[in-house]
Design a protein around this ligand. Structure first.
Ligand code: ZN
Ligand code: ZN
Length: 190
C-alpha cells in the first residue's frame, strides 16, 4: 500500500486514517504469514513531515525451535515511523559532521552546531510524495518476531534419543546414561 501524502506535507494539522489489510511476503523458509496483516494506521501532518502511527495484527507461521512443528503465532504490533520531506533530510546530511565532543552534530540554520536529534533521521518521503506503508509495517512485524519461537512456553521438544515428539506423550526411552550430554553434566557437578 503506497499512499500519496502531498496534502499532509502541506497541512501540519491534516489527519488521515487508513484501514490496512494486506498479505505480507514470507520471510525465509521458516516464516510466513497465514493471513493478511490488518490494522488501522493514522497519518498526521507534522511541520513539513508526516507521522505514521498505528497497530496491526498478524499471524506468523513459525517453526517451533524445540519440536520443529509449524504453528501460528498471533502478534499485535505497534507501528511508529516519522517521515520528513527530502529537502530537510538532505540539508541535515550535508551539514552533518562530528562535533568537538565526538558526538554526531549538524550545523543549524544560523550556523550553530547542535547534536543530531531524532528529526535528523527522518525517513524521506519519495520525490513523488509517496509513502510505502506496507514496507513500514513489514519492517515492524519482522522486528517483533521472536528469535527462538516456541509453539508453547513449556514445549518439551523432541526426545534426544529416538526423536519422538514428546508433545505426543512419553516415548519410553530412559533418559539416563545413554545421553552423553548428561554424563558431561555429571562430571562437572562431581
Ligand atoms: Zn514445540
Ligand atoms: Zn525417545
Amino acid at each position: 500500500m503506497r499512499v500519496n501524502v502531498g496534502d499532509l506535507l502541506a497541512d501540519r494539522d491534516g489527519v488521515r486514517v487508513l484501514a490496512f489489510a494486506e498479505p505480507l511476503p514470507a520471510a525465509g523458509d521458516d516464516l510466513a504469514f497465514a493471513e493478511p496483516v490488518t490494522g488501522e494506521i493514522t497519518l498526521t501532518g507534522t511541520a513539513g513531515g508526516v507521522s505514521l502511527r498505528g497497530q496491526v495484527r498478524a499471524v506468523a507461521t513459525c517453526v517451533c525451535g524445540a519440536c520443529l512443528k509449524r504453528f501460528g503465532l498471533p502478534l499485535t504490533i505497534d507501528v511508529a515511523e516519522d517521515f520528513g520531506p527530502r529537502s530537510v533530510h538532505t540539508a541535515a546530511a550535508a551539514g552533518s559532521r562530528l562535533g568537538a565532543a565526538g558526538s554526531p552534530s549538524v550545523r543549524g540554520p544560523a550556523g550553530e552546531v547542535r547534536e543530531l536529534s531524532a528529526g535528523d533521521f527522518l525517513v524521506p518521503v519519495d520525490a513523488d510524495d509517496m509513502i510505502d506503508v506496507t514496507e513500514v509495517i513489514r519492517q515492524h512485524v519482522v522486528l517483533a518476531l521472536p528469535i527462538a519461537p516456541r509453539c508453547r512456553e513449556d514445549c518439551p521438544g523432541l526426545c534426544p534419543q529416538c526423536g519422538a515428539d514428546l508433545n505426543d506423550g512419553p516415548c519410553g526411552c530412559v533418559p539416563d546414561a545413554a545421553d552423553p550430554r548428561l554424563n558431561v553434566l555429571r562430571r562437572w557437578r562431581a
